[in-house]
Design a protein around this ligand. Structure first.
Ligand SMILES: Nc1ncnc2c1ncn2[C@@H]1O[C@H](COP(=O)(O)OP(=O)(O)O)[C@@H](O)[C@H]1O
Ligand SMILES: [Mg+2]
Length: 456
């Protein structure tokens, strides 16, 4: 393979600025900061790679899991045929008649085209000219009514892109990369809230609109998921977590959820955001999947004396415990390393507002207490004391202890979450689009974990 070059820019500051250069060889990914970048005082590639600490090129050996530094790898949708964004981008590459080899060649072409304007603060381009041109081009102004121009081809997409995708491609251009498994499209709407009109994602100077992710229901695989996500967001809000604004919408009979993005500021610049997955994988090559470590490890990382991931470590550890308790109680089972992220709000690093709190255990294929490989407090491990396994009660207490939180605090938070979810069974019953067997499944799971928490 010939070495590949790209440039990384960011809109973290008042003006777009070049952060550095990426070179990918057969065996390595090599990122170098611009010598002037450190002086901007802006955050760098990721929390593990601050500009001030890296005068030299940051070299990462490529392996089967990461071709690039994790914050950059996050801009390429995974190589799954079921990934909506990837499928959309492959259609786009075919549309512009770009012939790519499967594997890294395709990934690279996707990165150059969809690696800017995506989630977070990094913008990847083929060249500085391409960057300058992109920044100088205002986003398409004006909002179009969603129903007329959009609904038809969206519905076709939901049958997994067999139809002609021309219309959506023309409208969106190369869709900026958004990770995750559920079909979603970045768009913008009126700042005042959903009114049925949508536009392209904002760029600078766009002040009347706000950016959203439009998540769409894939009824064949996850019937009722949109309503479940609303339930998850609502319960987190009631529990006191920060939750973005969201609007349930129906597009030609297709359920969807518009969620306001918190990685954009009102003047069109970006907010620093990095997933726990990207952070941990930057620090250790042992992290190969978004579920390849424990919650205890996240806790230890929050306490790492050499790399500051959050401004208030204690508050972050409390947040982690709270998130885990409510994830368990609400039947989420999906609180993995990519569903937790750190953002910078006016210089303060903390966990981001809640996203993706869907009670996934409602679906039989996702019915596990936590993603496989993740665990807390040694739950399920062979107990050091006897021949048995570490049980739920021991594990949750152990987890809180490892976070340096008192059992008083643990019990208080459990009590709070139990109260918040007092009405959960009825709320699940009231869902309209979730099939009955999934409702019953979720209710049973909730009742069971509720009992487990109450008997602590
Ligand atoms: N409100 C939001 N603001 C900014 N980024 C978001 C928001 N919601 C989701 N994201 C980003 O988009 C990614 C995918 O969204 P998510 O809701 O997790 O979908 P999925 O169900 O497919 O995992 C997340 O990992 C996160 O990086
Ligand atoms: Mg997710």
């Amino acid at each position: 393979m010939k070495d590949q070059y790209a440039v990384i820019w960011t809109r973290l500051g008042p003006q777009p600025v070049k952060m550095g250069t990426l070179v990918v060889t057969d065996t390595q990914a090599r990122f170098s900061y611009e010598s002037a970048y450190e002086k901007t005082g802006l955050r760098g590639l990721g929390l593990v790679y601050p500009a001030a600490a890296f005068n030299n090129t940051i070299v990462r050996e490529r392996n089967e899991f990461f071709d690039l530094h994790p914050p950059l790898q996050a801009l390429i949708p995974p190589r799954s045929t079921r990934n909506f964004t990837r499928a959309l981008l492959l259609k786009y590459l075919a549309h512009i008649k770009l012939d790519t080899q499967p594997g890294f060649d395709t990934d690279w072409q996707i990165l150059l085209r969809a690696g800017h304007g995506a989630i977070g603060h990094l913008d990847v381009f083929e060249s500085d000219e391409a960057a300058q041109q992109w920044y100088a081009t205002p986003s398409k102004k004006g909002l179009v009514e969603l129903d007329e121009k959009f609904g038809f081809s969206l519905k076709e997409f939901m049958t997994w892109f067999d139809g002609d995708a021309e219309m959506i491609i023309d409208m969106l251009g190369p869709t900026p990369t958004v990770g995750g498994a559920i079909p979603k499209i970045p768009l913008s709407i009126n700042r005042s809230g959903w009114d049925g009109y949508i536009g392209m994602p904002t760029r600078f100077g766009d002040s009347g609109r706000t950016d959203i992710l439009l998540k769409l229901e894939n009824s064949a695989v996850y019937p009722g998921i949109i309503e479940l996500e609303q339930l998850g967001l609502n319960i987190h809000k009631q529990a006191g977590f920060e939750v973005p604004r969201f609007w349930p919408v129906i597009i030609k009979g297709l359920r969807a959820l518009a969620i306001e993005r918190f990685d954009r500021s009102t003047n069109g610049s970006t907010v620093f955001m990095e997933s726990i997955y990207s952070i941990l994988a930057s620090g250790s090559t042992k992290i190969t999947h978004h579920y390849s470590t424990t919650y205890d490890h996240i806790g230890r990382a929050l306490d790492n004396p050499y790399v500051q991931l959050v401004t208030d470590r204690k508050a972050a550890k409390q947040h982690l415990l709270d998130r885990l308790i409510l994830a368990i109680l609400s039947g989420n089972g999906d609180l993995h390393l990519e569903n937790l992220a750190i953002i910078d709000t006016n210089g303060v690093l903390s966990f981001s507002p809640v996203y993706d709190p869907v009670p996934m255990r409602a679906y039989f294929i996702h019915n596990e207490l936590f993603p496989p490989g993740m665990s807390f407090g040694g739950y399920g491990d062979i107990s050091p004391k006897d021949d048995g396994f570490v049980d739920f009660a021991t594990a949750i207490k152990q987890f809180a202890k490892r976070l340096g939180l008192t059992s008083n605090r643990l019990f208080n938070r459990i009590e709070h979450m139990l109260k918040v979810t007092e009405d959960y069974t009825r709320q699940v019953q009231a869902l309209q689009s979730l099939p009955l067997e999934n409702k019953n499944n979720l209710i049973q799971i909730h009742q069971r974990v509720r009992q487990q928490f109450m008997s602590l």
